[in-house]
Design a protein around this ligand. Structure first.
Ligand code: BG6
Length: 486
């Protein structure tokens, strides 16, 4: 267990804090991962909000925890850790001194400043922390995407933080890395000779990485319309998954080694510029339709706008120009209001080099490894085998199925809990380094730039579908198709 620490939640009443961070800390406390004496200091701008914070947090927990997780007795214990603070992030007045008094009283213990606020106030917040002498040797700052809208703005934001905190004390979150299932990708790759020896252009035909969501704007219309799926999901979550799938084995699992390998992948991504953007990307925007049993509005109605050129779906054909992956396409896809919520990676192997069975034995379907990260975790290997109930030689695909959620009955992963505890323990392996952010933007920027220059309009797709037709065409051009989650 980590030593007692203080976590100051700037933006304590915001969506991120109430939906994710407070529930994550509640869970951490419930399972005994918070040492006695830990304090959670949610920052509110107004006194009334601070006074009512316990009620607000309790309602948030009742709303956002999973069924069965909330109980009055656990809440009573957890509520003892919450000490709301009133201050205006941008105004270094006497309220900050009160925060200093609270923190100072505990001497040199770990302080986590979690900036759950828009990036525009990261700078003033860090300046005031500095001005008020709150940044101790044991202080860490946690920030989250979106870190800017392009390489330049992201660099400016990172620069502001870096003038007050050394890189080693800056923890940039990509919550996908905190998912146990995502970490399992590395375990799968680097602890099984079976996969690692069949993990390159010699044997793999192509790779698909898909994150499909059924939700729409979730009350974040302003943010989302200015951002779009490419910046919201591909720049971070999808590229991180791509790195974990494509990177070379690090010498050991230290933050430094993992980062170095991930950066090599990002730097080897073949740039998509000018016309190559048109040939290798698809943008989509949903119109009204049915997701499951529910009829949902289209993007524009949800946004309450007459028009918008923002994409809620994106599909990309990417290539990694290095020895291991030469010629292997990586198809990336993500979208809102799609048919099913699922994050899945499909490794499609090549055909066998020579067919030994006659045509009458049936088709020899190439092997496929399907790693599902959510909603449930499973690993499936599609193999060819003999049809057992037939005397003649007939082949059929069979599945080797490993459903990890069945193995871990009470498995309740929470990425934010994991990452918060890692930041407290000073373990930065699952966080993003400034250079990684820069390398990811360097690949994304020309795509956005080309879309903007050519006034590329998103293709419409029906909510509850798998995206626009042109996304299917992107793979059909290569004689392939998407493996849509069942
Ligand atoms: C966030 C995006 O980073 O990830 C959201 O901003 C998206 O738009 C979310 O819905 C998806 O996360 P998860 O963990 O639900 O797959």
């Amino acid at each position: 267990m980590v030593n007692p620490f203080d976590v100051v939640l700037f933006g304590g009443r915001g969506d991120l804090a109430l939906r994710k961070l407070i529930p994550a800390l509640y869970r951490a406390n419930m399972e005994g991962s918070l040492a006695e004496g830990c304090r959670i200091l949610p920052v509110c701008r107004r006194r009334e909000d601070a006074d009512l914070y316990l009620e607000t947090a309790q309602t948030a927990l009742q709303t956002h925890l999973r069924a069965g997780e909330y109980s009055d007795s656990v809440w009573r214990e957890f509520s003892q850790l919450l000490h709301s603070v009133v201050l205006d992030i941008a105004v270094p007045d006497a309220h900050w001194d009160q925060l200093a008094d609270i923190l100072g009283a505990e001497g040199d213990r770990v302080r986590i400043f979690y900036l759950a606020v828009p990036p525009a106030v990261f700078g003033p917040c860090c300046e005031n922390l500095s001005l008020k002498g709150l940044i101790s040797e044991q202080s860490r700052v946690v920030v989250e995407k979106p870190l800017g809208y392009n390489a330049q703005t992201s660099d400016e934001i990172n620069g502001k933080i870096a003038s007050h905190f050394p890189e080693a004390h800056i923890f940039r979150i990509d919550h996908y890395l905190g998912k146990e299932t995502v970490q399992n990708l590395l375990a799968l790759r680097f602890s099984n000779v079976l996969f690692e020896h069949l993990w390159d252009a010699q044997t793999i035909d192509h790779i698909q990485i898909s994150i499909s969501e059924t939700v729409g704007l979730e009350g974040r219309a302003g943010f989302y319309d200015a951002t779009g799926a490419l910046r919201d999901m591909v720049q971070n979550h999808l590229l991180q998954l791509l790195c974990l799938i494509a990177m070379e084995s690090p010498n050991s699992m230290t933050a430094k080694n993992i980062r170095a390998e991930k950066i090599k992948v990002l730097e080897a991504l073949r740039p998509l510029v000018g016309e190559t953007v048109d040939n290798n990307t698809v943008r989509g925007q949903y119109v009204a339709g049915g997701v499951g049993e529910e009829l949902v509005l289209g993007y524009l109605e949800e946004l309450q706008a007459a028009s918008s050129g923002t994409e809620t779906f994106v599909a990309i054909r990417a290539h990694i120009d290095n020895w291991r992956w030469a010629g292997v396409p990586f198809y990336l896809r993500t979208g809102k209001r799609m048919e099913k919520r699922c994050a899945e990676i499909v490794i499609q192997y090549k055909k066998v080099s020579h067919r030994v069975y006659p045509q009458s034995a049936g088709e020899v379907i190439p092997n496929r490894l399907v790693i599902r990260l959510q909603p449930e975790e499973s690993i499936k290997l599609v193999l060819m085998a003999k049809k057992m109930d037939s005397l003649s030689m007939e082949l059929q695909p069979v599945e080797l199925n490993l459903t990890l959620s069945d193995t871990y009955d009470s498995f309740r992963s929470d990425a934010y809990k994991r990452l918060m505890l890692d930041a407290a323990a000073n373990n930065s392996a699952l966080f993003i380094h400034r250079e990684e952010v820069a390398a990811a933007w360097a690949w994304i920027d020309p795509i956005v730039e080309h879309w903007r220059e050519t006034q590329n309009q998103p293709q419409l797709y029906r909510a509850g579908s798998w995206g626009p037709d042109s996304s299917d065409v992107l793979l059909e051009q290569d004689g392939r198709h998407w493996f849509n989650a069942k």
